[in-house]
Design a protein around this ligand. Sequence first.
Ligand code: SF4
Ligand code: SF4
Length: 275
Amino acid sequence: MNIAILSGKGGTGKTTVSTNLAMTLGVSYVDCDVEEPNGFIFLNPSILKSEDVFVEFPVIDNKKCVLCGACAKVCQFNSLAKAGKEIVVFQKLCHDCGACKLVCKTGALSYSKRSIGKLETGISKDIICHRGILNVGEPMAVPVIRNLLGGLSKEDHFIDCPPGTSCNVVTSLKYADAAILVTEPSEFGLHDLKMAVELVKIYNIPYGIIINKDDGTENMVKRYCTENKISLLGTIPYSMEAAALYSKGIMLCDDEFHREIFINTAEKIKEAFAW
Ligand code: SF4
Ligand code: SF4
């Protein structure tokens, strides 16, 4: 089973939950937050494999090009423009859809490849860890995420999704069998959690909520879960100790008190997702 861990809002503790659950349960970890993949800081795996992710972009042969402009007209992403006596290619805007080649009748248009990021696989205490890394300045994370998740084995994985509810999260959810939404008990947390819930509902997969930095009261997120019949899978208390461990890069599950929390949460997850 692939379990996506997401949060409508950044900074809720999604990576903390993902890495600690992976380590507690001995399940593979996948960092899909390719613009800022920081799960490896905590898991510190030995890297076993690294490979580039390539995308294609059009190249124009000016000797064959008759400047008909059909390629620029069909491109929905403004990656091609007719400027004077040439077709200008904006490589980073290209979505690799192939439409321009279909409409070029002179054979002037071909494709070349460029690297936009890389995939890494490592191992940490017998846990297989994967991550995608988008190169600085690249605008499109989706191809890296697609390559990362498309290459996973049939084994269980915790997928640490990008924050928010953008197309990067949508792409990640396509590979998930269940979802855990991590939030914090604040107005912002609840607002963005609701958007994440609406997104997950579209996929018709089982899901539940974990509250990080829980204040121990019957707060707004708990009331939301009760009112909407959403499983509350676990709560991680707000504490200076957790913050101190985090700031030193120490896994919470290495601490006895927090380890117990993740063990109990893992049991609830198994039950809720019939896993
Ligand atoms: S492949 Fe698609 S996105 Fe890229 S330039 Fe051609 S039409 Fe535009
Ligand atoms: S469709 Fe082909 S021939 Fe026409 S402008 Fe584009 S590259 Fe040139």
